[in-house]
Design a protein. Structure first.
Lengths: 115, 113
């Protein structure tokens, strides 16, 4: 079954530094992949998604992600982190089971930004 | 913007109580979902509904049921609350099958004592 793994539970970066959050997927065919962000006390917000085509996808808030089939990865990147980016980030994959497709989420990576 | 509204932000209930968590969306979405979020476990799907009165179990349905009598409203029911159901509950909706950009509510933090 389709699944995603986020190997980093917690990451700390300095404001202005670059960021890369890791996500590995498990699926034989081309998966549909997503990144969501959850700010403290909020629900999840969609950052970006990949279905097919260009393997580098741009999202909101200056984030981008690159799909790499050879590495089964879909890592999230940002060139320069802002203090407001401190949040929890979830990678997700579409899973086709039952009567409809739905999202399966990773365990999340909590990002801390130091000033 | 689509809004998904969860009726309670914080809830404290006693063991054995029947608990209702309510979720309403305002954009005529077909699909609605209930997830449970726990530290280190991410989000786990409890139930989802793809149409009025239609529902399907997710990964962790035990101890829960759902109701969808109207398209805009999806209720999660804890038949007899237990302490291991203390958690953050997130409701989400999406427009039609194949559109996976879920819109999430802000969550209900439930504590069972």
């Amino acid at each position: 079954a389709q699944s995603v793994t986020q190997p980093d539970i917690h990451i700390t970066v300095s404001e202005g530094a670059s960021l890369e959050l890791r996500c590995n997927y498990s699926y034989g065919a081309t998966p549909y992949l997503f990144w969501y962000v959850q700010s403290p006390g909020q629900g999840l917000q969609l950052l970006l998604k990949y279905f097919s085509g260009d393997t580098l996808v741009q999202g909101i808030k200056g984030f981008e992600a690159e799909f790499k089939r050879s590495q089964s990865s879909f890592n999230l990147r940002k060139p320069s982190v802002h203090w407001s980016d401190a949040a929890e980030y979830f990678c997700a994959v579409v899973r086709n089971t039952g009567t409809a497709s739905k999202l399966t989420f990773g365990t999340g990576t909590r990002l801390q930004v130091t000033l | 913007d689509v809004k998904v509204t969860q009726s309670s932000r914080y809830l404290v209930k006693r063991t054995g109580e029947k608990v209702f968590l309510e979720c309403v969306q305002d954009m005529d979405h077909e699909n609605m979902f209930w997830y449970r979020q726990d530290p280190g476990l991410g989000l786990r799907l409890i139930y989802f509904s793809y149409d009025v009165k239609m529902k399907e179990k997710g990964d962790i349905p035990e101890g829960y049921s759902v109701s969808r009598e109207k398209k805009e409203r999806f209720s999660l029911i804890l038949e007899s609350a237990s302490t291991n159901q203390t958690s953050m509950y997130l409701c989400a909706s999406s427009f039609f099958p194949g559109n996976y950009g879920y819109t999430f509510g802000s969550g209900t933090r439930l504590t069972v004592v």
